[in-house]
Design a protein around this ligand. Structure first.
Ligand code: DX5
Ligand code: ZN
Length: 226
């Protein structure tokens, strides 16, 4: 698969109409990936869907799947999402028993391996294992719900991780998720993000395609300036 260049815009279908998913997926055909939030009502206090739904999204989506697992015991469940064809599978560092072994397994199956950290989790825990991942997700809200406010205090951690990856020559994407909008995307891009999840900013817009284009343009301008 040819991977899209940065900046990448990944609309989150958490903000879509769940009973019209096929039409909602068709609306984001110009995006880079579709961001698929799997929540288990245990790791986070909210519940979405599991592998059966993700399999149908995989069969229906015009763009590849970026699966974000907000679940306990990803060591057991994450490989199944890679097996059904997701382009990337991201699990939470806080939930994984053996993050390196799990990342290797995801890559062996053929998916990109991602690791996510909540706002309160230090980035330094990842420095020595950056090479094991294809993408790092720095959460910019507490995971669990769409429509929350962006937390700018997560930006120094993102910048430090990005700088550390450059120092080590690690080829890894930096993703942000939560509260990304026309107003906040520039600061995340300036801090080093290259991949942007946006739920309400995309699906809440009158013109979804125009929203994807504007977000991408703003991220590009801000990353060139930084
Ligand atoms: C939150 C999810 C996000 C969510 C973002 O836990 O991981 O992907 O959909 O929604 P917005 O962009 O509305 O903050
Ligand atoms: Zn997410």
């Amino acid at each position: 698969m040819t991977l899209p260049d940065a900046p990448r815009i990944n609309p989150s279908i958490l903000a879509a109409d769940f009973v019209n998913m096929q039409a909602e997926l068709a609306r984001i055909a110009t995006a880079d990936f579709v961001h698929v939030d799997v929540m288990d009502n245990h790791f986070v206090p909210n519940l979405t869907f599991g592998p059966q739904m993700v399999e149908r999204i995989q069969a229906t989506s015009p763009v590849p799947l970026d699966v974000h697992l907000m679940i306990t015991d990803p060591d057991r469940w994450a490989p199944g999402y890679a097996e059904l064809g997701a382009a990337s599978v991201t699990f939470h560092l806080e939930a994984a028993a053996d993050p390196v072994a799990l990342a290797r397994r995801l890559r062996d199956i053929g998916s990109r391996a991602g690791v996510a950290i909540k706002p309160g989790t230090a980035g330094a825990a990842l420095y020595d294992i950056l090479d094991e991942f294809d993408q790092i997700l720095v959460m910019t809200v507490e995971p669990g719900f769409g429509g929350q406010g962006f937390m700018p205090e997560t930006m120094p951690k993102l910048r430090a991780l990005r700088d550390e990856a450059r120092r080590r020559g690690a080829d890894v994407w930096f993703q942000v998720d939560g509260g990304i909008s026309m107003d906040t995307i520039a600061q995340a891009a300036a801090a080093g993000a290259d991949t942007f999840v946006a739920g309400s900013a995309v699906y809440g817009a009158d013109d979804v395609e125009a929203a994807v284009t504007s977000l991408r343009d703003r991220a590009r301008a801000a990353s060139l300036e930084s």
